[in-house]
Design a protein around this ligand. Structure first.
Ligand code: PEP
Ligand code: MG
Length: 586
Protein backbone atom coordinates (compact mmCIF):
# COMPACT_ATOMS: atom_id res chain seq x y z
CA UNK A 1 0.00 0.00 0.00
CA UNK A 2 1.28 3.45 -0.87
CA UNK A 3 1.79 6.13 1.76
CA UNK A 4 -0.74 9.01 1.41
CA UNK A 5 0.53 12.08 -0.38
CA UNK A 6 2.23 14.53 1.99
CA UNK A 7 4.98 17.16 2.21
CA UNK A 8 7.61 17.37 4.95
CA UNK A 9 10.34 19.89 5.61
CA UNK A 10 13.87 18.50 5.84
CA UNK A 11 17.25 20.23 5.68
CA UNK A 12 18.78 20.76 2.22
CA UNK A 13 22.42 19.67 1.99
CA UNK A 14 23.05 19.25 -1.75
CA UNK A 15 21.38 21.41 -4.41
CA UNK A 16 19.12 20.08 -7.14
CA UNK A 17 15.80 18.32 -7.54
CA UNK A 18 15.27 14.59 -7.73
CA UNK A 19 12.03 12.86 -8.65
CA UNK A 20 11.63 9.10 -8.52
CA UNK A 21 10.66 6.03 -6.58
CA UNK A 22 12.49 5.23 -3.37
CA UNK A 23 14.92 2.54 -2.30
CA UNK A 24 15.26 2.16 1.43
CA UNK A 25 18.64 0.86 2.35
CA UNK A 26 19.98 -0.78 5.40
CA UNK A 27 22.73 1.04 7.11
CA UNK A 28 25.57 -0.59 9.00
CA UNK A 29 24.42 1.43 11.95
CA UNK A 30 20.82 0.36 12.16
CA UNK A 31 18.37 -2.55 12.46
CA UNK A 32 15.79 -1.65 9.81
CA UNK A 33 12.98 -4.17 9.51
CA UNK A 34 10.87 -2.95 6.64
CA UNK A 35 13.11 -2.66 3.61
CA UNK A 36 11.12 -3.95 0.68
CA UNK A 37 12.39 -5.29 -2.64
CA UNK A 38 10.97 -5.86 -6.09
CA UNK A 39 10.12 -9.47 -7.16
CA UNK A 40 13.12 -9.68 -9.49
CA UNK A 41 15.45 -9.14 -6.53
CA UNK A 42 14.20 -12.22 -4.63
CA UNK A 43 16.83 -14.74 -5.88
CA UNK A 44 19.72 -12.36 -5.06
CA UNK A 45 18.36 -11.68 -1.57
CA UNK A 46 17.88 -15.42 -0.90
CA UNK A 47 21.47 -15.96 -1.94
CA UNK A 48 22.74 -13.21 0.39
CA UNK A 49 20.80 -14.83 3.23
CA UNK A 50 22.20 -18.31 2.63
CA UNK A 51 25.76 -17.09 2.18
CA UNK A 52 25.49 -15.19 5.46
CA UNK A 53 24.07 -18.27 7.19
CA UNK A 54 27.09 -20.31 6.12
CA UNK A 55 29.49 -17.56 7.30
CA UNK A 56 27.67 -17.32 10.64
CA UNK A 57 27.86 -21.05 11.16
CA UNK A 58 31.60 -21.05 10.51
CA UNK A 59 32.11 -18.10 12.85
CA UNK A 60 30.20 -19.80 15.66
CA UNK A 61 32.13 -23.04 15.23
CA UNK A 62 35.41 -21.13 15.42
CA UNK A 63 34.28 -19.27 18.52
CA UNK A 64 33.22 -22.54 20.12
CA UNK A 65 36.61 -24.05 19.35
CA UNK A 66 38.47 -21.07 20.84
CA UNK A 67 36.41 -21.24 24.01
CA UNK A 68 36.96 -24.97 24.34
CA UNK A 69 40.71 -24.36 24.36
CA UNK A 70 40.54 -21.44 26.81
CA UNK A 71 37.76 -22.62 29.12
CA UNK A 72 35.92 -25.88 29.32
CA UNK A 73 33.26 -27.76 27.44
CA UNK A 74 30.26 -26.39 29.31
CA UNK A 75 31.13 -22.77 28.49
CA UNK A 76 31.78 -23.70 24.89
CA UNK A 77 28.39 -25.37 24.72
CA UNK A 78 26.70 -21.97 24.91
CA UNK A 79 27.45 -21.75 21.22
CA UNK A 80 25.88 -25.13 20.61
CA UNK A 81 22.47 -23.53 21.21
CA UNK A 82 23.38 -20.75 18.77
CA UNK A 83 24.51 -23.23 16.15
CA UNK A 84 21.26 -25.13 16.48
CA UNK A 85 19.38 -21.92 15.80
CA UNK A 86 21.37 -21.26 12.63
CA UNK A 87 20.35 -24.70 11.41
CA UNK A 88 16.76 -24.43 12.58
CA UNK A 89 14.57 -25.33 9.61
CA UNK A 90 11.51 -23.42 10.84
CA UNK A 91 13.50 -20.23 11.31
CA UNK A 92 15.25 -20.55 7.93
CA UNK A 93 11.93 -21.28 6.20
CA UNK A 94 10.33 -18.23 7.84
CA UNK A 95 13.08 -15.95 6.55
CA UNK A 96 12.83 -17.48 3.06
CA UNK A 97 9.07 -16.97 3.08
CA UNK A 98 9.40 -13.37 4.21
CA UNK A 99 11.81 -12.65 1.34
CA UNK A 100 9.90 -14.50 -1.38
CA UNK A 101 6.31 -13.72 -0.40
CA UNK A 102 6.37 -10.53 1.63
CA UNK A 103 9.18 -9.08 -0.49
CA UNK A 104 11.40 -7.95 2.39
CA UNK A 105 15.13 -7.74 1.88
CA UNK A 106 17.33 -10.32 3.63
CA UNK A 107 18.21 -8.25 6.72
CA UNK A 108 14.62 -7.15 7.30
CA UNK A 109 13.39 -10.72 6.86
CA UNK A 110 15.89 -11.97 9.46
CA UNK A 111 15.01 -9.27 11.99
CA UNK A 112 11.28 -9.90 11.48
CA UNK A 113 11.68 -13.66 11.94
CA UNK A 114 13.80 -13.04 15.02
CA UNK A 115 11.08 -10.79 16.50
CA UNK A 116 8.49 -13.50 15.92
CA UNK A 117 10.52 -16.33 17.48
CA UNK A 118 11.87 -14.27 20.36
CA UNK A 119 8.34 -13.10 21.23
CA UNK A 120 7.15 -16.72 21.26
CA UNK A 121 9.96 -17.76 23.64
CA UNK A 122 9.41 -14.75 25.92
CA UNK A 123 5.71 -15.56 26.22
CA UNK A 124 6.35 -19.02 27.73
CA UNK A 125 6.41 -19.12 31.53
CA UNK A 126 9.65 -20.97 31.78
CA UNK A 127 12.85 -19.18 32.74
CA UNK A 128 14.97 -21.46 30.54
CA UNK A 129 12.88 -20.86 27.42
CA UNK A 130 12.67 -17.12 28.11
CA UNK A 131 16.46 -17.05 28.06
CA UNK A 132 16.36 -18.54 24.56
CA UNK A 133 14.76 -15.30 23.33
CA UNK A 134 18.10 -13.60 24.02
CA UNK A 135 19.94 -16.28 22.03
CA UNK A 136 17.58 -15.85 19.09
CA UNK A 137 18.20 -12.11 18.99
CA UNK A 138 21.92 -12.59 19.33
CA UNK A 139 22.14 -15.08 16.48
CA UNK A 140 19.74 -13.03 14.34
CA UNK A 141 21.88 -9.94 14.74
CA UNK A 142 25.00 -11.91 13.84
CA UNK A 143 23.35 -13.21 10.67
CA UNK A 144 22.08 -9.74 9.71
CA UNK A 145 25.54 -8.21 10.15
CA UNK A 146 26.99 -10.94 7.97
CA UNK A 147 24.33 -10.32 5.32
CA UNK A 148 25.40 -6.70 5.03
CA UNK A 149 28.99 -7.82 4.74
CA UNK A 150 28.16 -10.28 1.97
CA UNK A 151 27.68 -7.25 -0.23
CA UNK A 152 25.82 -3.99 -0.41
CA UNK A 153 22.11 -4.28 -0.82
CA UNK A 154 21.24 -5.30 -4.23
CA UNK A 155 20.79 -2.14 -6.22
CA UNK A 156 19.37 -4.02 -9.18
CA UNK A 157 16.28 -1.89 -9.56
CA UNK A 158 14.43 -1.38 -12.78
CA UNK A 159 15.13 2.36 -12.72
CA UNK A 160 17.39 4.75 -10.76
CA UNK A 161 15.91 5.62 -7.37
CA UNK A 162 16.10 8.01 -4.44
CA UNK A 163 18.03 6.40 -1.61
CA UNK A 164 16.38 6.77 1.76
CA UNK A 165 18.08 5.64 4.95
CA UNK A 166 18.37 6.34 8.61
CA UNK A 167 22.13 6.83 8.43
CA UNK A 168 24.50 6.49 5.53
CA UNK A 169 28.16 6.11 6.29
CA UNK A 170 30.71 7.68 3.93
CA UNK A 171 31.89 4.20 2.89
CA UNK A 172 28.32 3.17 2.04
CA UNK A 173 27.91 6.34 -0.01
CA UNK A 174 31.20 5.85 -1.84
CA UNK A 175 30.26 2.22 -2.58
CA UNK A 176 26.97 3.15 -4.24
CA UNK A 177 26.37 2.68 -7.93
CA UNK A 178 26.08 6.26 -9.20
CA UNK A 179 23.92 5.22 -12.15
CA UNK A 180 21.27 3.77 -9.87
CA UNK A 181 20.90 6.72 -7.52
CA UNK A 182 18.89 9.93 -8.13
CA UNK A 183 19.46 11.53 -4.74
CA UNK A 184 19.54 10.97 -1.00
CA UNK A 185 17.03 11.58 1.78
CA UNK A 186 18.53 10.61 5.11
CA UNK A 187 17.31 10.85 8.68
CA UNK A 188 20.58 11.86 10.34
CA UNK A 189 23.42 14.16 9.28
CA UNK A 190 24.10 17.79 8.42
CA UNK A 191 25.53 20.03 5.69
CA UNK A 192 29.09 19.21 6.68
CA UNK A 193 28.66 15.50 7.42
CA UNK A 194 30.80 13.56 5.01
CA UNK A 195 27.82 11.88 3.40
CA UNK A 196 26.48 15.33 2.43
CA UNK A 197 29.92 16.29 1.12
CA UNK A 198 29.93 13.16 -1.03
CA UNK A 199 26.41 13.86 -2.32
CA UNK A 200 27.56 17.29 -3.51
CA UNK A 201 30.61 15.72 -5.06
CA UNK A 202 28.40 13.25 -6.94
CA UNK A 203 26.19 16.21 -7.94
CA UNK A 204 23.16 14.47 -6.46
CA UNK A 205 20.43 16.38 -4.62
CA UNK A 206 20.25 15.49 -0.93
CA UNK A 207 18.35 16.34 2.23
CA UNK A 208 18.82 15.27 5.83
CA UNK A 209 16.34 15.22 8.70
CA UNK A 210 13.88 12.88 6.96
CA UNK A 211 11.29 12.01 9.63
CA UNK A 212 11.70 8.56 11.15
CA UNK A 213 8.03 7.80 10.61
CA UNK A 214 8.48 8.01 6.83
CA UNK A 215 11.39 5.61 6.95
CA UNK A 216 9.18 3.13 8.74
CA UNK A 217 6.34 3.35 6.25
CA UNK A 218 7.74 3.99 2.76
CA UNK A 219 8.13 1.03 0.41
CA UNK A 220 9.64 0.53 -3.05
CA UNK A 221 6.26 1.46 -4.56
CA UNK A 222 6.35 5.02 -3.19
CA UNK A 223 7.42 8.02 -5.20
CA UNK A 224 9.25 11.04 -3.81
CA UNK A 225 10.44 14.49 -4.81
CA UNK A 226 13.40 15.92 -2.96
CA UNK A 227 14.13 19.61 -3.29
CA UNK A 228 17.79 20.06 -2.44
CA UNK A 229 17.38 23.87 -2.58
CA UNK A 230 14.60 24.31 -0.03
CA UNK A 231 14.70 20.98 1.81
CA UNK A 232 11.10 20.07 0.93
CA UNK A 233 10.30 16.38 0.54
CA UNK A 234 7.06 15.46 -1.21
CA UNK A 235 5.75 11.93 -0.96
CA UNK A 236 3.60 10.53 -3.77
CA UNK A 237 3.05 13.93 -5.44
CA UNK A 238 0.05 14.57 -7.68
CA UNK A 239 0.67 15.14 -11.39
CA UNK A 240 0.51 18.95 -11.08
CA UNK A 241 3.11 19.10 -8.30
CA UNK A 242 5.41 16.75 -10.15
CA UNK A 243 5.19 18.87 -13.29
CA UNK A 244 5.87 22.06 -11.29
CA UNK A 245 9.03 20.49 -9.86
CA UNK A 246 10.18 19.27 -13.25
CA UNK A 247 9.86 22.85 -14.45
CA UNK A 248 11.74 24.18 -11.41
CA UNK A 249 14.49 21.66 -12.07
CA UNK A 250 14.80 22.76 -15.71
CA UNK A 251 14.92 26.42 -14.65
CA UNK A 252 17.65 25.74 -12.10
CA UNK A 253 19.64 23.85 -14.73
CA UNK A 254 19.28 26.80 -17.08
CA UNK A 255 20.61 29.26 -14.46
CA UNK A 256 23.58 26.97 -13.75
CA UNK A 257 24.18 26.59 -17.47
CA UNK A 258 24.36 30.37 -17.83
CA UNK A 259 26.68 30.68 -14.84
CA UNK A 260 28.90 27.93 -16.21
CA UNK A 261 29.14 29.97 -19.40
CA UNK A 262 31.05 32.58 -17.35
CA UNK A 263 33.38 30.06 -15.79
CA UNK A 264 36.43 31.35 -17.66
CA UNK A 265 36.06 34.77 -16.05
CA UNK A 266 38.36 35.26 -13.09
CA UNK A 267 37.09 35.81 -9.56
CA UNK A 268 38.05 39.48 -9.30
CA UNK A 269 36.25 41.96 -7.06
CA UNK A 270 34.86 45.23 -8.45
CA UNK A 271 37.94 47.00 -7.02
CA UNK A 272 40.39 44.63 -8.66
CA UNK A 273 41.39 42.05 -6.03
CA UNK A 274 41.54 38.51 -7.28
CA UNK A 275 40.88 35.29 -5.35
CA UNK A 276 41.91 31.83 -6.49
CA UNK A 277 39.05 29.40 -6.97
CA UNK A 278 39.84 25.72 -6.60
CA UNK A 279 37.90 22.47 -6.39
CA UNK A 280 37.44 19.93 -3.64
CA UNK A 281 37.70 16.41 -4.98
CA UNK A 282 36.50 13.24 -3.32
CA UNK A 283 36.50 10.75 -6.16
CA UNK A 284 38.98 9.98 -8.88
CA UNK A 285 37.59 12.51 -11.29
CA UNK A 286 38.54 13.91 -14.62
CA UNK A 287 40.09 17.33 -13.95
CA UNK A 288 39.15 18.68 -17.37
CA UNK A 289 35.47 18.59 -16.31
CA UNK A 290 36.31 20.39 -13.07
CA UNK A 291 38.26 23.05 -14.94
CA UNK A 292 35.24 23.65 -17.19
CA UNK A 293 33.32 24.67 -14.07
CA UNK A 294 35.89 27.37 -13.40
CA UNK A 295 38.57 25.79 -11.19
CA UNK A 296 42.12 27.05 -11.26
CA UNK A 297 43.37 23.96 -9.47
CA UNK A 298 42.45 21.43 -6.81
CA UNK A 299 42.46 22.88 -3.30
CA UNK A 300 41.62 19.67 -1.49
CA UNK A 301 41.79 16.07 -2.63
CA UNK A 302 40.30 14.04 0.23
CA UNK A 303 42.41 10.92 -0.26
CA UNK A 304 40.76 8.96 2.55
CA UNK A 305 37.97 8.00 0.17
CA UNK A 306 40.34 5.83 -1.84
CA UNK A 307 40.79 3.84 1.37
CA UNK A 308 37.08 3.32 2.09
CA UNK A 309 36.81 -0.13 0.55
CA UNK A 310 37.34 -2.41 3.51
CA UNK A 311 38.17 -5.35 1.30
CA UNK A 312 40.96 -3.67 -0.61
CA UNK A 313 43.56 -1.14 0.49
CA UNK A 314 45.47 0.38 -2.43
CA UNK A 315 49.20 -0.29 -2.19
CA UNK A 316 51.98 2.19 -3.04
CA UNK A 317 51.92 1.54 -6.78
CA UNK A 318 48.15 1.71 -7.06
CA UNK A 319 48.13 4.99 -5.15
CA UNK A 320 50.95 6.32 -7.28
CA UNK A 321 48.88 5.64 -10.40
CA UNK A 322 45.84 7.46 -8.95
CA UNK A 323 47.85 10.53 -7.94
CA UNK A 324 49.87 10.54 -11.17
CA UNK A 325 46.71 10.47 -13.30
CA UNK A 326 45.31 13.42 -11.39
CA UNK A 327 48.57 15.39 -11.66
CA UNK A 328 48.81 14.82 -15.39
CA UNK A 329 45.20 15.81 -15.97
CA UNK A 330 45.73 19.04 -13.98
CA UNK A 331 48.73 20.09 -16.10
CA UNK A 332 50.30 23.15 -14.48
CA UNK A 333 47.37 23.87 -12.18
CA UNK A 334 48.20 23.40 -8.49
CA UNK A 335 46.89 20.23 -6.85
CA UNK A 336 46.70 20.07 -3.07
CA UNK A 337 46.53 16.51 -1.87
CA UNK A 338 45.55 15.89 1.71
CA UNK A 339 47.00 12.82 3.38
CA UNK A 340 44.34 10.39 4.54
CA UNK A 341 41.99 11.77 7.15
CA UNK A 342 40.64 8.48 8.45
CA UNK A 343 38.68 8.51 11.71
CA UNK A 344 35.78 10.66 12.90
CA UNK A 345 32.89 9.59 10.70
CA UNK A 346 35.22 8.22 8.00
CA UNK A 347 36.02 4.76 9.22
CA UNK A 348 37.52 1.69 7.70
CA UNK A 349 37.68 -1.25 10.05
CA UNK A 350 40.68 -2.57 8.13
CA UNK A 351 42.66 0.55 9.07
CA UNK A 352 41.28 1.74 12.40
CA UNK A 353 42.26 -0.81 15.00
CA UNK A 354 39.81 -0.06 17.78
CA UNK A 355 36.45 1.58 18.17
CA UNK A 356 36.44 4.83 20.13
CA UNK A 357 33.88 6.44 22.43
CA UNK A 358 34.37 9.80 20.79
CA UNK A 359 35.95 9.35 17.37
CA UNK A 360 35.90 13.03 16.35
CA UNK A 361 38.20 13.72 19.31
CA UNK A 362 40.12 10.51 18.86
CA UNK A 363 42.83 9.02 16.73
CA UNK A 364 41.82 10.81 13.54
CA UNK A 365 43.82 12.15 10.57
CA UNK A 366 47.47 12.86 11.28
CA UNK A 367 47.12 11.32 14.76
CA UNK A 368 46.15 7.93 13.37
CA UNK A 369 48.89 8.19 10.74
CA UNK A 370 51.64 8.92 13.24
CA UNK A 371 50.54 6.71 16.14
CA UNK A 372 48.92 3.64 14.74
CA UNK A 373 49.21 3.43 10.96
CA UNK A 374 52.64 4.84 10.26
CA UNK A 375 53.06 1.98 7.77
CA UNK A 376 50.19 3.30 5.65
CA UNK A 377 51.26 6.91 6.13
CA UNK A 378 54.80 6.21 4.92
CA UNK A 379 53.42 4.31 1.96
CA UNK A 380 51.09 7.17 1.05
CA UNK A 381 53.85 9.77 1.36
CA UNK A 382 56.12 7.71 -0.90
CA UNK A 383 53.37 7.37 -3.49
CA UNK A 384 52.73 11.12 -3.31
CA UNK A 385 56.30 12.33 -3.67
CA UNK A 386 56.76 9.91 -6.56
CA UNK A 387 53.66 11.29 -8.30
CA UNK A 388 54.82 14.84 -7.53
CA UNK A 389 57.17 14.75 -10.53
CA UNK A 390 54.10 14.79 -12.82
CA UNK A 391 52.78 18.24 -11.92
CA UNK A 392 52.36 21.02 -9.45
CA UNK A 393 51.64 19.17 -6.19
CA UNK A 394 51.25 20.36 -2.62
CA UNK A 395 50.81 17.99 0.33
CA UNK A 396 48.54 18.93 3.20
CA UNK A 397 48.10 17.41 6.68
CA UNK A 398 44.67 17.04 8.33
CA UNK A 399 43.68 17.42 11.98
CA UNK A 400 46.97 18.92 13.09
CA UNK A 401 46.89 20.19 16.68
CA UNK A 402 50.55 20.53 17.64
CA UNK A 403 53.80 21.42 15.97
CA UNK A 404 55.38 18.01 16.61
CA UNK A 405 52.97 16.46 14.13
CA UNK A 406 54.26 18.69 11.35
CA UNK A 407 57.92 18.25 12.31
CA UNK A 408 57.59 14.49 12.58
CA UNK A 409 55.96 14.34 9.15
CA UNK A 410 58.84 16.34 7.70
CA UNK A 411 61.25 13.76 9.09
CA UNK A 412 59.23 10.91 7.66
CA UNK A 413 59.17 12.57 4.24
CA UNK A 414 62.95 13.07 4.39
CA UNK A 415 63.39 9.35 5.20
CA UNK A 416 61.08 8.30 2.35
CA UNK A 417 63.21 10.34 -0.04
CA UNK A 418 66.32 8.50 1.12
CA UNK A 419 64.49 5.21 0.66
CA UNK A 420 63.34 6.14 -2.86
CA UNK A 421 66.85 7.32 -3.83
CA UNK A 422 68.21 4.00 -2.61
CA UNK A 423 65.64 2.20 -4.77
CA UNK A 424 66.53 4.48 -7.70
CA UNK A 425 62.92 5.68 -8.00
CA UNK A 426 62.32 9.26 -9.22
CA UNK A 427 60.52 11.65 -6.88
CA UNK A 428 59.81 15.37 -6.49
CA UNK A 429 62.26 16.95 -4.08
CA UNK A 430 60.53 20.13 -3.05
CA UNK A 431 56.80 19.63 -2.69
CA UNK A 432 55.29 22.36 -0.48
CA UNK A 433 53.95 20.94 2.78
CA UNK A 434 51.00 22.69 4.41
CA UNK A 435 48.74 22.18 7.38
CA UNK A 436 45.01 22.36 7.69
CA UNK A 437 43.90 24.84 10.29
CA UNK A 438 40.95 22.93 11.65
CA UNK A 439 41.56 22.75 15.37
CA UNK A 440 41.46 25.83 17.59
CA UNK A 441 44.90 24.73 18.82
CA UNK A 442 46.37 25.06 15.34
CA UNK A 443 44.64 28.40 14.76
CA UNK A 444 45.84 29.86 18.05
CA UNK A 445 49.41 28.79 17.34
CA UNK A 446 49.30 29.88 13.71
CA UNK A 447 52.27 32.18 14.44
CA UNK A 448 54.43 29.12 15.16
CA UNK A 449 53.02 26.96 12.36
CA UNK A 450 53.50 29.75 9.83
CA UNK A 451 57.28 29.45 10.31
CA UNK A 452 57.32 25.74 9.50
CA UNK A 453 54.46 25.25 7.04
CA UNK A 454 54.49 26.32 3.39
CA UNK A 455 50.78 27.17 3.38
CA UNK A 456 47.60 26.99 5.44
CA UNK A 457 44.20 25.72 4.45
CA UNK A 458 41.36 26.38 6.83
CA UNK A 459 39.17 23.32 7.35
CA UNK A 460 36.18 25.25 8.58
CA UNK A 461 33.92 22.20 8.88
CA UNK A 462 36.06 20.95 11.71
CA UNK A 463 37.25 24.32 12.96
CA UNK A 464 33.62 25.26 13.65
CA UNK A 465 32.80 21.93 15.30
CA UNK A 466 35.82 22.06 17.61
CA UNK A 467 35.53 25.78 18.38
CA UNK A 468 31.84 25.70 19.24
CA UNK A 469 32.01 22.13 20.63
CA UNK A 470 29.13 21.19 18.35
CA UNK A 471 29.32 17.85 16.51
CA UNK A 472 29.23 18.67 12.78
CA UNK A 473 27.08 15.63 11.93
CA UNK A 474 24.63 15.80 14.82
CA UNK A 475 21.41 17.52 13.81
CA UNK A 476 20.48 17.95 17.51
CA UNK A 477 23.18 20.58 17.93
CA UNK A 478 22.91 22.00 14.41
CA UNK A 479 21.41 25.20 15.86
CA UNK A 480 24.76 25.85 17.56
CA UNK A 481 26.95 24.93 14.61
CA UNK A 482 27.21 28.45 13.19
CA UNK A 483 29.91 29.35 10.63
CA UNK A 484 29.36 33.05 11.36
CA UNK A 485 30.07 32.68 15.09
CA UNK A 486 32.33 35.60 16.04
CA UNK A 487 34.76 33.11 17.67
CA UNK A 488 35.28 31.40 14.32
CA UNK A 489 35.86 34.73 12.57
CA UNK A 490 38.42 35.73 15.20
CA UNK A 491 40.34 32.47 14.77
CA UNK A 492 40.41 32.92 11.01
CA UNK A 493 41.52 36.53 11.41
CA UNK A 494 44.43 35.56 13.66
CA UNK A 495 45.43 32.74 11.32
CA UNK A 496 45.52 35.03 8.28
CA UNK A 497 47.43 37.77 10.11
CA UNK A 498 50.14 35.34 11.18
CA UNK A 499 50.34 33.79 7.71
CA UNK A 500 50.78 37.23 6.17
CA UNK A 501 53.70 37.95 8.54
CA UNK A 502 55.50 34.86 7.24
CA UNK A 503 54.35 35.44 3.69
CA UNK A 504 52.52 32.14 3.25
CA UNK A 505 49.11 31.81 1.52
CA UNK A 506 45.88 30.85 3.28
CA UNK A 507 43.08 28.94 1.60
CA UNK A 508 39.70 27.89 2.94
CA UNK A 509 38.56 24.43 1.88
CA UNK A 510 35.63 23.82 4.24
CA UNK A 511 31.98 24.28 3.37
CA UNK A 512 32.02 28.02 4.17
CA UNK A 513 34.08 28.60 1.02
CA UNK A 514 30.86 28.05 -0.96
CA UNK A 515 28.48 29.54 1.58
CA UNK A 516 27.25 32.76 -0.03
CA UNK A 517 26.74 34.48 3.31
CA UNK A 518 30.31 33.70 4.40
CA UNK A 519 32.19 34.57 1.23
CA UNK A 520 32.17 38.38 1.83
CA UNK A 521 33.78 37.83 5.24
CA UNK A 522 36.40 35.46 3.86
CA UNK A 523 37.38 38.03 1.25
CA UNK A 524 37.48 40.77 3.87
CA UNK A 525 39.63 38.62 6.14
CA UNK A 526 42.22 38.30 3.37
CA UNK A 527 41.81 34.68 2.28
CA UNK A 528 43.79 33.96 -0.90
CA UNK A 529 41.98 30.88 -2.18
CA UNK A 530 38.51 29.36 -1.84
CA UNK A 531 38.23 25.65 -2.52
CA UNK A 532 34.79 24.10 -2.87
CA UNK A 533 32.61 21.48 -4.55
CA UNK A 534 32.90 22.02 -8.28
CA UNK A 535 29.15 22.62 -8.74
CA UNK A 536 29.33 25.72 -6.53
CA UNK A 537 32.21 27.44 -8.30
CA UNK A 538 30.27 29.38 -10.98
CA UNK A 539 27.95 30.85 -8.36
CA UNK A 540 30.72 31.88 -5.98
CA UNK A 541 32.73 33.40 -8.83
CA UNK A 542 29.74 35.49 -9.88
CA UNK A 543 29.29 36.64 -6.28
CA UNK A 544 32.94 37.65 -5.94
CA UNK A 545 32.75 39.63 -9.16
CA UNK A 546 29.89 41.62 -7.60
CA UNK A 547 31.64 42.49 -4.35
CA UNK A 548 34.12 45.20 -3.41
CA UNK A 549 37.09 44.13 -1.32
CA UNK A 550 37.07 47.46 0.43
CA UNK A 551 33.46 46.96 1.57
CA UNK A 552 34.16 43.35 2.58
CA UNK A 553 36.97 44.60 4.81
CA UNK A 554 34.61 47.06 6.47
CA UNK A 555 32.04 44.31 6.88
CA UNK A 556 34.53 42.18 8.79
CA UNK A 557 35.26 45.09 11.11
CA UNK A 558 31.55 45.25 11.99
CA UNK A 559 31.16 41.46 12.23
CA UNK A 560 33.96 41.13 14.76
CA UNK A 561 32.04 43.41 17.09
CA UNK A 562 28.76 41.47 16.82
CA UNK A 563 27.38 39.55 19.78
CA UNK A 564 26.13 36.56 17.83
CA UNK A 565 26.17 34.77 14.49
CA UNK A 566 22.67 35.90 13.47
CA UNK A 567 23.77 39.53 13.52
CA UNK A 568 26.88 38.65 11.52
CA UNK A 569 24.84 36.83 8.87
CA UNK A 570 22.45 39.76 8.54
CA UNK A 571 25.39 41.98 7.62
CA UNK A 572 26.42 39.83 4.68
CA UNK A 573 22.87 39.17 3.53
CA UNK A 574 22.26 42.88 3.35
CA UNK A 575 25.42 43.26 1.29
CA UNK A 576 24.48 40.47 -1.13
CA UNK A 577 20.96 41.80 -1.64
CA UNK A 578 22.53 45.11 -2.57
CA UNK A 579 25.42 43.89 -4.74
CA UNK A 580 24.13 40.65 -6.24
CA UNK A 581 20.34 40.46 -5.76
CA UNK A 582 20.00 38.00 -8.66
CA UNK A 583 21.91 35.38 -6.62
CA UNK A 584 19.49 35.45 -3.71
CA UNK A 585 16.89 33.36 -5.56
CA UNK A 586 19.27 30.54 -6.41
C1 PEP B 1 37.11 20.66 6.94
O1 PEP B 1 37.15 20.17 8.06
O2 PEP B 1 36.63 21.80 6.71
C2 PEP B 1 37.62 19.92 5.77
C3 PEP B 1 37.74 20.49 4.61
O3 PEP B 1 37.91 18.61 5.93
P1 PEP B 1 36.78 17.48 6.11
O4 PEP B 1 35.44 18.11 5.78
O5 PEP B 1 37.10 16.37 5.19
O6 PEP B 1 36.90 17.11 7.54
MG1 MG C 1 38.34 18.45 8.38
Amino acid sequence: MRVPSCTVQATPVAAGIAIGRVMLIHSEAQETKNVTITPEMVPAELERFHTALAITKKELQELQEKLRIKLNDSEADIFEAHLLLVDDRTMVAEVERSISEELFDAESAVYRAVDKFAAAFSAVEDAYLQERAVDVRDVGHRIAVNISEVGPQNLVYDEPRIVIASTLTPSETVGMNREKVLGFAVETGSTTSHTAILARSLKLPAVVGLPRQLLDTLTVADKMIIDGFSGKVIINPDAGTEEAYRLKSREAEEIYRQLRGESDLRAVTTDGFSVEIAANVEFQEDYSEIRKNGAGGIGLFRTEFIFMDEKHLPDEDEQFEIYKKLMISAGNDPVTIRTMDIGGDKLNSGIVRSAEQNPFLGLRGIRLCLRERRDLFEMQLRALIRAGVHGNMQIMLPMVSCMDELLETKEIIARQKVELSRRGVPFADSIPLGVMIETPAAAMTADRFAREADFFSIGSNDLIQYTIASDRSNERVAHLYRPAHPAVLRLIKFTVEEAVKQNIPVAVCGQIAEDMSMVPFLLGLGINELSMSSGAMPLVKRLIRSLSMHECGELVGKALLCDNSADVTLLSQEMISRCAPELLDI
